[in-house]
Design a protein around this ligand. Structure first.
Ligand code: FAD
Length: 473
């Protein structure tokens, strides 16, 4: 057990001298700093907040915290879903949201350099004005890119383009000692020792603070087409997924969703786009597929092949969403699942387990059945193309304590099943505070020891985001 110190008035004076006008305390600290988007993992207030504006300011504050053994928790936009930015042991929260400048483009090297607090939406839109695509596309567009890199966020385009990790070329980092260093380079390949860059990506603020990022861009595809594909049941929908991939149709997005979640989300957004009945039969599940490419004719040829294949595989219909308003409504419905479930649910937890693609259908059946056995309502959707499943545990009538007990039993069973079939605890949200226990069970003590060893090399005083990933203090 590591004992941390409190921020005393003397330390506060030092922090204020290091970052004049940027330190918040007392009532100026908004309650939002105590939580992320999944408050079930607990609320915990910091003693002080740095609203950071530069690398040097962060380094100075971190050095004071390290010298005085005060925990430091980095916060982007606080949209995480595993309690990652919650300052479990108090101390100082360093918020990056004001470091929101796109610094420079280097289009000859297909790259952009930004501050970590740039929002995903801001970067995506700005890159498009240069004819470039920043491919990672996690659902929450108001997350910071620094947060995306720190969680290795995935999203809907991962099936074709990969995850955030695949687009990080270099970064500037403030280490937990307060030293400033850089990892990576603006090159397209490297065999230059251990990849410290890749250790930082997905480290959830436990190894250091990212203060600048150089990211890879690609030329934006000229055209995209989305398909809504209704099926009688989820099993038939999911079993079509490997066929779509094998047929080389190269979808940009390949999502599955169940009827119930579409109904909730359409109620939430107030519009109906998805068909509920086809030829008198109830639709039970959907695939949503996006194809992209250089010209519309080429994409339409692939759409025709996709339609033929999907109908052979049991699709009730294949609807091309070519009307821009309908397209926006369809993706708004897909993007609002979490908010829709939150709106209708008193108690909620979630996981983003990832399993091999061929296990998806069997795993989802297991997840539903286990939910029934545990007395929990289960709602699911996810990235069918890459096996990353979002499974929500919901209850409107249990007491919190009982709900948490049941969810814990549920997760133990679910993650064991995932591990047994070759899957992992998190595909994109990370471990944060909420999934530490299940990570240990999944990867084993030897691997947890390795992670703790790496942590202590970066962070000898264990001040950086304690209580998360591998170090519970
Ligand atoms: C509606 C909704 C949809 C979502 N959809 C997706 C999705 O499709 N895919 C997906 O992957 N996630 C998704 N998320 C989760 C969330 O948006 C991501 O985890 C995102 O990457 C978090 O970014 P943030 O800026 O909000 O980070 P925060 O929540 O503030 O922090 C997340 C973690 O990163 C660390 N961190 C943040 N910035 C830095 C930094 N500069 N240096 C070091 N560490 C840092 C924090 O300490 C914390 O551990 C969704 C969330 C919501 C609410």
């Amino acid at each position: 057990m590591t004992a941390y110190n409190k921020v005393t008035p003397e330390i506060l004076d030092m922090l204020r001298a290091a970052a004049p006008g940027h330190i918040l305390t007392g009532e100026d600290i908004n309650p939002d700093y105590s939580r992320d988007e999944m408050p079930i993992y607990g609320l915990s207030a910091p003693d002080a907040v740095l609203q950071a504006t530069s690398t040097e300011e962060i380094a100075a504050v971190v050095k004071i915290c390290n010298d005085n053994k005060i925990p430091v928790t980095t916060r982007g936009a606080g949209t995480g879903l595993v309690g990652g930015c919650v300052p479990v042991y108090g101390g100082v929260v360093i918020e990056t949201i004001k470091m929101n400048h796109i610094l420079s483009y280097d289009l000859e090297n297909f790259s952009v350099t930004i501050e970590p607090g740039v929002l995903l939406q801001q970067l995506a839109e700005d890159a498009l004005t240069k004819g470039m695509l920043y491919p990672p596309d996690p659902g929450e567009k108001l997350a910071t890119v620094g947060g995306n890199v720190s969680t290795n966020a995935g999203g809907m385009r991962a099936v074709k383009y990969g995850t955030t990790r695949d687009y990080v070329l270099a970064m500037k980092v403030v280490l937990p000692t307060g030293e400033i260093t850089s990892f990576g380079a603006k090159v397209s390949k490297t065999s230059s020792g251990y990849s410290l860059l890749n250790l930082m990506i997905g480290s959830e603020g436990t190894l250091g603070i990212i203060t600048e990022l150089t990211l890879k861009l690609i030329p934006a595809p000229k055209s995209t087409v989305s398909l809504i594909v209704p099926f009688e049941d989820l099993e038939t929908a999911i079993s079509a997924v490997p066929k779509v991939k094998m047929a080389n149709l190269d979808p940009q997005a390949l999502e599955f969703m169940e009827r119930e979640i579409i109904l909730s989300s359409e109620r939430y957004v107030g519009r109906e786009v998805f068909p509920k009945k086809m030829n008198g039969e109830d639709v039970g599940a959907y695939l949503m597929i996006t194809l992209d490419g250089e010209n519309e004719d080429e994409i339409m040829t692939r759409v025709e092949s996709a339609a033929e294949l999907l109908l052979e595989e049991g699709a009730m219909d294949v609807m091309v969403v070519d009307n821009p308003q309908k397209l926006r409504d369809a993706w708004a419905t897909r993007s609002s699942f979490l908010e829709a479930i939150m709106e209708e649910t008193k108690l909620l937890d979630e996981c983003d387990v990832v399993v091999p693609i061929k296990e998806i259908a069997r795993f989802l059946t297991f997840a539903k059945k286990t939910g029934e056995e545990c007395g929990l309502e289960i709602k699911s959707f996810g990235h069918a193309g890459d096996g990353n499943l979002h499974i929500y545990q919901c209850s409107n009538d249990l007491e919190k304590e009982e709900f948490e007990k049941r969810v814990d039993t549920y997760f133990e069973k679910l993650y064991k099943e995932a591990t047994d079939c070759g899957g992992l605890v998190s595909g994109e949200h990370g471990i944060g505070r909420g999934k530490v226990k299940y990570l240990t069970a999944s990867v084993g003590e030897t691997n947890m020891e390795l992670m703790r060893g790496i942590k202590s090399v970066f962070d000898p005083n264990l001040i950086m985001n304690p209580g998360k990933v591998c170090y519970t203090a």
